[in-house]
Write a protein that binds this ligand. Sequence first.
Ligand SMILES: Cc1cc2nc3c(=O)[nH]c(=O)nc-3n(C[C@H](O)[C@H](O)[C@H](O)COP(=O)(O)OP(=O)(O)OC[C@H]3O[C@@H](n4cnc5c(N)ncnc54)[C@H](O)[C@@H]3O)c2cc1C
Length: 299
Amino acid sequence: MPVKKEDLKFIKGVVKFEEPMARHTTFRIGGPAELFVYPSDDGDLLNILRYASEHKMGTFIIGGGSKLLVGDRGIRGFVISLNAPAFNKLVFDGEYASAGCGMKVSEFLKKAAAEGLGGLEYLAGIPGTLGGALMMNAGWPTKAIGDRVEEVTLIRGLDRETLGKNDIKFTYRGSNLGDFLLISAKIRLDRKPKEGIEAEINRNFEKKRQTQDLCYPSVGSVFLNPSGTMPAWQLIEKCGFRGVSEGGAKVSEKHANFIINKGKATAADVRKLIDEIQKKVFKEHQIVLKLEVKTIGDF
Ligand SMILES: Cc1cc2nc3c(=O)[nH]c(=O)nc-3n(C[C@H](O)[C@H](O)[C@H](O)COP(=O)(O)OP(=O)(O)OC[C@H]3O[C@@H](n4cnc5c(N)ncnc54)[C@H](O)[C@@H]3O)c2cc1C
């Protein structure tokens, strides 16, 4: 039975029905979310999770949608966004920052720099939220956010708890936080002159502009770099995929691990390119290219 508006009157935040996910992903791809919600605070969030659990409905937490490939037929159940003031708070205490996981990484860096606090300049130019960055252990080129995390407050099931750094295991573009909903994090920064931090941020932006394809919608790198061999972009290039298109999706000419949306790409187009790349790389190099992009919904 489809959920009716009256059934969701208990939600204080905004609820959207059949919301196109293409509006919420940097790929600009994705069919409708049955229910797209912005809880207004922790209590609202818990009520939504409780309702979903009681009604056996799925829940998916979205950050900035910069690592997502959402199927063309969309997502059933709730897509939950923490893009609300209650999840965007930022408090500095000495060299530590406590920030809500709905906050954009770019805003976090800017506000920390204004306080003369740096150390995460390598995140400059990585789109998305703090929650997404923690979940993905985002970083570039060799450093990652996990190195700086002191604690993370999260929801496990329907309970709120805080994990200290010794309980959290960050790995290459991942962590052991995968089953949880991340609410806020305490991050260790370094006191530095503001001008130096800003200059470093600008330098990193410039390096990214030179090496990454930022002119078209994408999710950044599609595949993880396999260990002990060539990086994914090189394997893809060696297999002849640089510049290859499938419908509206194309392997970037500038960075072969990027698939770009030339305008009207569907998730099926991207999926097809991904499958072809994985098959050929395996056939020619016996290497399984694993996905860095998260695929969700019905394709
Ligand atoms: C042009 C471009 C360049 C990029 N460059 C880099 C780069 O250099 N380095 C890099 O690491 N990444 C890069 N990325 C990828 C992407 O920006 C990062 O992975 C980013 O950290 C994802 O954050 P997000 O908020 O957009 O997460 P989303 O894409 O919304 O979600 C990613 C995952 O995190 C989960 N998630 C998000 N928020 C929460 C939460 N609060 N609680 C629980 N789970 C949550 C989602 O469910 C999903 O599984 C790039 C992307 C683009 C488009």
